[in-house]
Design a protein around this ligand. Structure first.
Ligand code: TMP
Length: 209
């Protein structure tokens, strides 16, 4: 049995990740491909507890940037070993709502943590593993944040300053451009067009296998 593939959806708050994932699910189902869904941080019971810590705005003390980084990778390690690797080895595909690129963009770009430090922690955690395809939904911080705040209460990271999201966005764009396995989708387009672009990117990926 051949191994499954790992497809990741990335992008800032308000980029439309959830509906993009629905489109991917439809395409995979049409091709008879079995898949599971994951999200990061989270995706296993223990990793979901770490997600709570990372997202909560109610801590009595400041969560340091280094703790935030380490919790993202701790969560990723749990998810990889306990869900993603077993699924891929069993021939199932995995649709990931965020993965390592988020840490590079948010902790590297947004928090401006040392990239060599992130690279070292990523090496220990991922052991060279990377997604087969990443769809990066590109949205400006202006549009993304206004969509996110229209959805309701903001979490600890969503409460960050505008400049934080500008840095996240810049880093996402820079990293997406530098990696052929990352396809950038213009998420500011009309929804139907965004979904067409996602379908097209995925069909091209499937054809090339
Ligand atoms: P979301 O999955 O609902 O978008 O929430 C996850 C939040 O965590 C989002 O603000 C992005 C942030 N995040 C990081 O800062 N670094 C990471 O590595 C990951 C996976 C998420």
């Amino acid at each position: 049995m051949s191994k499954g593939k790992f497809i990741v959806v990335e992008g800032m708050e308000g980029a439309g990740k959830s509906s993009a994932i629905t489109v991917i699910e439809q395409v995979l189902s049409q091709h008879g491909i079995k898949f599971i869904n994951t999200r990061e941080p989270g995706g296993t019971p223990l990793a979901e507890s770490l997600r709570e810590i990372v997202k909560s705005a109610d801590h009595q003390e400041k969560l340091t940037d280094e703790t935030e980084l380490l919790l993202m990778y701790a969560s990723r390690s749990q998810l990889l070993e306990n869900r993603i690797f077993p699924a891929l080895n069993a021939g199932q595909w995995v649709i990931g709502d965020r993965h390592d690129l988020s840490s590079r963009a948010y902790q590297g770009g947004g928090r401006q943590l040392d990239e060599q430090l992130i690279e070292t922690i990523a090496k220990v955690t991922l052991k060279g593993f990377k997604p087969d395809l990443t769809l990066y939904l590109d949205i400006s911080p202006e549009i993304g944040l206004s969509r996110a705040s229209a959805r309701g209460e903001l979490d600890r990271i969503e409460l960050e300053k505008f400049e934080f999201f500008e840095r996240v966005h810049d880093k996402y764009c820079q990293l997406a451009q530098a990696d052929d396995d990352i396809i950038t989708i213009d998420s500011a387009q009309e929804m139907n067009k965004v979904h067409d672009d996602i379908r097209h990117a995925l069909e091209s990926f499937l054809t090339a296998l």
